[in-house]
Design a protein around this ligand. Sequence first.
Ligand SMILES: Cc1cc2nc3c(=O)[nH]c(=O)nc-3n(C[C@H](O)[C@H](O)[C@H](O)COP(=O)(O)O)c2cc1C
Length: 302
Amino acid sequence: MLQTTFLTKQFTTPLVLASGILGVTASSLKKVTDNGCGGVTAKSVSLTPRTGHPNPTMMGTEHYFINAVGLSNPGVEKAVEELKKFRQMTDKPLIGSIFAGTPDEFGEVATKLCEAPLDFLEVDISCPNVSKEFGRPFAYDKSAVEAITKKVKANSNVPISVKLSPNAWDIDEIAVVAEACGADAITAVNTVSGMAINVSARRPYLSNKQGGVSGPALFPIALKCVYDIYKKVKIPIIGTGGITTGEDALAMIMAGATLLGVGSAVYFRGQDAFAKIIAEMESIMKSEGIKSLDEIRGCAHL
Ligand SMILES: Cc1cc2nc3c(=O)[nH]c(=O)nc-3n(C[C@H](O)[C@H](O)[C@H](O)COP(=O)(O)O)c2cc1C
């Protein structure tokens, strides 16, 4: 009922773990594949290890999470070791993820991460929390999107998905540029820029002051991004942002998504969030008489 073909690969369910939620260690990624996840996206990695921002880096309410982890990661070499281990544990699809400071460096990290046998490579050009270091996210700028997409495509041995930012007003036009430059898919979206202030302390909660908002509050924003992008490109979309229930998941498919990235739902509903979302999807599909996801993909456009 939930079988999904993404590019040429079969996914048992359309749910994939979103990048950054459970790191790059093989054991934590494997755990979610046992729990209803069709595939996993590893945390974004850079050429060299990064410690990220000092604590506190996360806070949450019942409506949203806000984080400024600052892309902490063990570096691409360590990530390759872990992802090779993951590959030996399961044949569930694996999406690697990279970020870098320049197009050339993106190309270099892509080549290195592709040494782990990946199924797909996600290109994170949209983290809102590292602007002090890297300036404006590349995802706001068509010429940067063009240069990075071409470079990564030329340096990868698997299909690539470019991950976009909901802060880009013209996200659909940015997706068109990525598609024209060789992207095989679009991941929409990363977190949206935001902040939270602790009233007793009279200061922002996060050491970085601002952060990226995820979870239920992001859902309607992500849904519109996917809807707008679906109208403009032919390549498939990994709809990501705030998906917490089976109803959210089906709405995202109706907006046009093929796969569904799920991240913060793990904080809201526990490690078995994927199994719960799948059970809800199946129950709604049954009561609505929906036989397959292909039947409803993009139907909100008609
Ligand atoms: C703690 C945390 C770390 C994240 N790290 C990354 C990352 O390394 N790379 C990336 O592309 N996205 C990262 N994201 C964004 C998620 O992959 C996802 O796009 C976003 O959280 C929206 O989905 P959600 O509402 O289901 O969490 C991170 C999100 C969170 C909450």
